[in-house]
Design a protein around this ligand. Structure first.
Ligand SMILES: [Mg+2]
Length: 376
């Protein structure tokens, strides 16, 4: 099967209200999708990161190389693509762009063979997966009381919509100047509001140094947290390993890691949960390897997801193949591209989200919605 077309498509939408995590304010959502075509089949993928950079790499570097090649298997294309891009970019391999291509090729192969991607990855184990609501971002307000009120109301709304697990943001210092005791207060307010039965997680988006993270982790243990995500900067694998040894709450990380960093983290016991993102780690091919490596070490993989409908569907196909009791990270921030891009939106049914059925990723992109969000 010869690849005939390779296209990068930028999508963007401004949001009515911006929101923050420990690192940045988000005022728009934008994605670089990949469309590949062969013999009347179309595969869709999604890159990690902004349109800028991804689009140029795909159109100018990858597309001329990929067009006309035989799609023997996405895994063999992935290996050749990494070799090509290592030659051009040395250690700065653009994993986000590779992720978009790799996911599109898996979707294409699934459609050609009439099978869901989960079947091609190793076989689906489940038809739906437990989901946790990701939210607890902060609005533009002046006082801690206003932040606390907003996140507590949101947490209650997620529980009312059927979620039995939710994740909130901590690391208020950069934007608001408040110390880490406020972060713990925020989580305590949510725990008090939702009760002891709900699984509760906190994500610091690498806000802390190791000493502060250890202190916060100690306080979070009293609040029965399921995991403490990205307490420190992602490159500090050694710091993660120390924290994981010292902290009662399991540490989770991986959304920023390269394939090699996953290897180092798993070899050194740096995390209690590992969080590959199918877009940023370089696609379904390396995410499947992370899943298998984690399983070999009895570490549960909980994929990170913060994308459009394409990334959600690809993540659900991977989740269908993960052993144990994985959870789907269901971003609940305002995002019309995530909601509207697929003809059948991905939604929770109580605490579970169904794995999309049908060949490939199992979703159909709405061409009118795509045209509406598209930017040149
Ligand atoms: Mg995170």
């Amino acid at each position: 099967m010869e690849i005939e077309t390779v296209e990068a498509i930028g999508l963007r939408r401004e949001l009515d209200e911006s929101f923050a995590n420990a690192q940045k304010w988000t005022s728009s959502r934008e994605y670089c999708l990949v469309r590949v075509e062969s013999e009347n089949f179309t595969g869709w993928g999604e890159c990690w990161g902004p349109i800028a950079g991804n689009r140029e790499i795909i159109e100018r570097v990858i597309a001329p190389w990929l067009r006309g090649r035989d799609l023997a298997h996405p895994e063999s294309v992935h290996a050749d693509l990494v070799t090509l891009l290592r030659g051009k970019y040395h250690s700065h391999i653009p994993w986000g762009a590779i992720g978009g291509i790799d996911i599109a090729l898996w979707d294409l192969l699934g459609k050609q063979e009439g099978k869901p991607v989960s079947a091609l990855l190793s076989g689906g184990r489940r038809e739906s997966v437990r989901a946790y609501a990701t939210g607890g971002f902060w609005p533009r307000v002046e006082t801690f009381e206003a932040v606390r009120k907003a996140v507590v109301e949101e947490a209650r709304a997620h529980v009312d919509r059927g979620f039995g697990a939710l994740k909130t943001k901590i690391g208020l210092h950069r934007h608001f100047g408040w110390g880490s005791q406020r972060d713990v207060e925020l989580v305590r307010a949510i725990r008090d509001a939702v009760g002891p039965e709900v699984w509760l997680m906190a994500d610091a988006n690498h806000a802390y140094d190791v000493a502060t993270a250890r202190q916060v982790g100690r306080n979070l243990a009293d609040l029965d947290l399921a995991f403490f995500e990205e307490p420190i900067p992602p490159a500090n694998i050694e710091g993660y390993a120390r924290l994981q040894r010292d902290t009662e709450v399991p540490i989770a990380a991986g959304e920023c890691w390269t394939p090699r960093q996953f290897d180092r983290a798993l070899e050194s016991g740096a995390v209690g949960y590992v969080q590959p993102d199918v877009t940023s780690t370089g696609g379904l091919t390396p995410s499947r390897r992370v899943r298998t490596a984690a399983q070999a070490r009895s570490v549960q993989a909980l994929p990170h997801v913060f994308g459009s409908a394409v990334a959600l569907a690809a993540s659900l196909q991977l989740l269908a193949t993960i052993r144990g009791d994985p959870m789907f990270e269901f971003d609940r921030t305002p995002n019309p591209i995530r909601e509207d891009l697929a003809k059948t939106p991905i939604e929770n049914d109580g605490p579970e989200v169904p794995i999309p059925e049908g060949p490939g990723l199992g979703i159909e992109i709405d061409p009118d919605v795509l045209a509406d969000f598209r930017v040149e």
